[in-house]
Design a binder for this molecule. Structure first.
Ligand SMILES: Nc1nc2c(c(=O)[nH]1)N[C@H]1C(S)=C(S)[C@@H](COP(=O)(O)O)O[C@H]1N2
Ligand SMILES: [Mo]
Length: 306
């Protein structure tokens, strides 16, 4: 399915059908109830303990105000152009220090993973934020399934690079393909998900269809979109913005109001949709997820290892 900015997802996909054909065929265990015949309201009934109570942004805001440089640098470019991206068929190459390397079809990636709704805050390094009701599953589930070798210490991710379908990649704005990385313990943290949906529907193209990483305690650029490759490594993998400007964008890039970007303060953020004159809200350390992740960084000086 291609993203149509003129339609809401509920217009194009019956809600009860949001686990699309190929996901159903893949046999993803939907909230432990099995996929087929899922009542429309079932998803709403399940509260993840990791979800925020904050009001989610609208679908229009989430799909219309995006960073996805493969389609241009304007916030509206992804909504205009990401629909060109072929997202079916889709496969993810999983390799490096794993027991079962291979090219996994999307349905196979989802096999055995339980999808759930996670309503997360998303804090962009540019000092705006949103609240997004993702549908996804824990990355740890996939890594356990493919078997992580003992020597693995990091997980590297890569986005699709297909210039014919990605007008933004025809200029060297940033190095292509977009790459990112996490330390293995960050990747295994229960907050870290691979998202395949949003608002109970398939993931819209501007947000990284058909599968993207979401790491809610880090600046948004760590949450790499449209993932085609996952590699377990011994050494810290390259990360796009860190390569472009290591002084401004650290490998860790945990949300931290105490460490300013060299060119602006990170103490506050503007919630998208509040209007330009809306009061800024204070940025929380680890984007408010410290109770789950602060211990990952015990003994680290987060102002130096940012
Ligand atoms: N491949 C790829 N992934 C990406 C980006 C990008 O340009 N290309 N932008 C990042 C940035 S800066 C942010 S803030 C989030 C935005 O996600 P959203 O548009 O779904 O809100 O995606 C991240 N993932
Ligand atoms: Mo961002």
């Amino acid at each position: 399915m291609r993203f149509r900015p003129d339609l809401g997802w509920s217009d194009v996909t019956p809600r009860a059908d949001f686990l699309n054909r190929r996901q159903l065929i893949g046999g993803a265990a939907m909230l432990g109830m099995g996929g087929l015949g899922l009542p429309a309201a079932a998803l709403d009934a399940v509260e993840s303990k990791y979800s925020t109570n904050a009001e989610p942004n609208t679908l229009e805001e989430i799909t219309g105000y995006c960073n996805f440089y493969e389609f241009g640098t304007d916030k509206g470019d992804p909504a205009r152009h990401a629909g060109q991206m072929t997202t079916d068929p889709w496969s993810v190459e999983i390799g490096g220090l794993v027991e079962k390397p291979g090219r996994y079809d999307l349905a196979d990636v989802l096999k055995g993973q339980s999808l759930e709704e996670r309503i997360y805050r998303l804090r962009c390094v540019e000092a705006w934020s949103m609240v997004v009701p993702w549908i996804g599953f824990q990355l740890s589930g996939l890594l356990e399934r493919v078997g992580v070798q003992p020597s693995a210490k990091y997980v590297a991710f890569e986005t699709l690079y297909r210039p014919e379908e990605m007008p933004g990649t025809r200029r060297p704005v940033i190095p292509w393909p977009y790459v990112e990385g996490l330390r293995l313990d960050e990747a295994m943290n229960p907050l870290t998900i691979l998202a395949t949906g949003l608002y109970g529907e398939e993931l819209p193209a501007p947000n990284g269809a058909p599968i993207r990483l979401v790491v809610p305690w880090k600046y948004g650029f760590k949450s790499i979109k449209s993932v085609v490759k996952i590699t377990l490594t011994e050494d810290q993998p390259p990360a796009t913005w860190n390569m472009v400007n290591p002084r401004e964008y650290g490998f860790y890039s945990n949300v931290n109001p105490e460490v300013d970007h060299p060119r602006w303060s990170q103490a506050e953020e503007r919630r998208v949709g509040g209007g330009f004159f809306a009061a800024k809200i204070p940025t929380q350390k680890f984007n408010g997820y410290g109770q789950y992740v602060a211990s990952l960084y015990d003994g680290m000086d987060l102002s130096r290892q940012f």
